[in-house]
Each structure stands twice: as structure tokens, then as C-alpha cells.
Design a protein around this ligand. Structure first.
Ligand SMILES: [Zn+2]
Length: 243
């Protein structure tokens, strides 16, 4: 076990005070309050007001060792004074967040604490569970395990559907939960997202959706593929006029 002995008996408040003094030697040292709070991520906040430095840190970092707390202190206090945090602290903190056990912890916390971002799969016009089972039967031999399904809170026109791996959820834009949206169009969008489950792409960034050659081939198996593309375009342009 490697312990930087100078840090060993230091409280987290003392760490912040020491880092503060080193960065702002001519400023009167503040009173320091550090609080751990249950966040759905590793975010931290800092504020200096009336001689009190208040730091709120995600409880995911509660057990982080002193050198990591010090690195975070240095980053947060630098940001407070609009300075560039030093590279060593940034690298050390990022390495910590990238440790497999820390990532796993964050992932679990995100799943259990994340705000419910999707609405019930049974919409006012379409039930995503029903559509999923139809598609599962027609194209996947009924073998695809059903992920969570839900309608988006906002009726997005730009993102009609996406698969969120951290919540194992397919989300369809609420724009499609409408009698104006042909069932085939809704099914096609859902089918597309199901193919993302069938052909997972890993480590390509959270938001990008990657369509490999096999993905595109599989997508063309959708009954009336060409036609449904046109229907989708018509639906979207009709919506534009209506708005
Ligand atoms: Zn896609």
C-alpha cells in the first residue's frame, strides 16, 4: 500500500485549504465546507462566498484516495479562479475515473439514479411493446430479448429513435406516437433501433450511430424498405407544414 504520509491524516477540508493556499497565497484562506451528495454522475461544484468555500462532490468519489481528492481540489479551485487546471491533476483525476471499478460504479449509479427520461411504451396511438413483438416475430424469429422501450419526452424531429446502451433502452420520438404517423413508418424506425441491438457497435462514442455494411443489408430486409423511406419523408414534411 502506497501512502503519501503527509496526506494521510489530512481531512478533505484540509486538502482543499492547502490547495487553495498554494494557488492563492495572498487571498485570506476561506472556511472550507465539503459535502458529498448523491448525483447520477461524477460532477462536482465549487463556490466561494463570504469567505466560505463550499464544495459539493458526488458521493461516487467519497472513497477516492487522498491524491485523487487533491487532484480534484486543484482542478475545482483553478476553475473557480478561471485558471487552466494543471495537467498532472487533470491526468490523475481522469485516470481515476477511467478505472474499471470506478466506471462500473458510475454506470450502476447512472442506471439507478438517472432521471426517468422516457415515457411509458404504451403511447396514445402505438404500443411499442406490441410493435416490438410483431417485428421480433417477423424478422428475428422471436428470439430478440426485449430491451426497455419508451417514448421520448420531447417529440424530437431530428432524432426519431435511438438505443441507449447504459439503460438498455430503445427510445422513439414521441412525434411518431400519432395517428398521422403510418404504423409501417413507426415500425421501420423501431426496426432500425432493433438492428443496433443485433449489430452492436462498441466504443464509438455515446451519441454516434454507426451503420456497418451488414447493418445496412439487414435493414433492407424490411418489407417495403424503399416505400417506407418515402412514407417517412412524407410524414416529416407534412409535420413541417403543420408546425
Ligand atoms: Zn442508427
Amino acid at each position: 500500500m502506497q501512502v503519501e504520509s503527509a496526506l494521510f491524516f489530512e481531512s478533505i477540508e484540509q486538502i482543499y485549504l492547502r490547495v487553495f493556499r498554494a494557488l492563492k497565497p495572498r487571498t485570506a484562506p476561506p472556511e472550507v465546507r465539503v459535502e458529498f451528495r448523491k448525483y447520477a454522475n461524477a460532477n462536482s461544484r465549487i463556490r466561494l462566498e463570504d469567505g466560505t468555500l463550499t464544495v459539493v462532490i458526488s458521493d461516487v468519489l467519497r472513497d477516492a484516495p487522498a491524491p485523487i481528492q487533491e487532484a480534484l481540489a486543484s482542478i475545482l479551485i483553478s476553475k473557480l479562479f478561471r485558471r487552466q487546471p494543471d495537467g498532472n491533476s487533470l491526468a490523475r483525476y481522469r485516470r481515476y475515473l477511467n478505472r474499471p471499478e470506478v466506471r462500473r460504479h458510475l454506470h450502476t449509479v447512472q442506471q439507478t439514479r438517472g432521471r426517468k427520461l422516457v415515457l411509458d411504451p404504451a403511447g396514445s396511438t402505438y404500443d411499442l411493446c406490441q410493435l416490438f413483438e410483431d417485428l421480433n416475430f417477423a424478422y428475428f424469429y422471436g428470439l430478440m430479448a426485449r430491451p426497455r422501450l419508451g417514448w421520448s419526452r420531447r417529440p424530437s424531429r431530428t432524432i426519431l429513435g435511438h438505443y441507449d446502451p447504459s439503460h438498455h433502452t430503445i427510445v422513439l420520438s414521441r412525434l411518431l406516437d400519432s395517428p398521422h404517423a403510418p404504423e409501417r413508418v413507426v415500425k421501420y424506425v423501431l426496426f432500425h433501433e432493433m438492428l443496433h441491438l443485433r449489430f452492436p457497435t462498441e466504443h464509438r462514442g455515446a451519441r454516434r450511430c454507426v451503420h456497418t455494411r451488414e447493418f445496412k443489408l439487414a435493414e433492407k430486409q424490411f418489407e417495403g424498405f424503399e416505400e417506407v423511406q418515402r412514407e417517412l419523408k412524407r410524414f416529416l414534411s407534412a409535420r413541417t407544414v403543420a408546425c
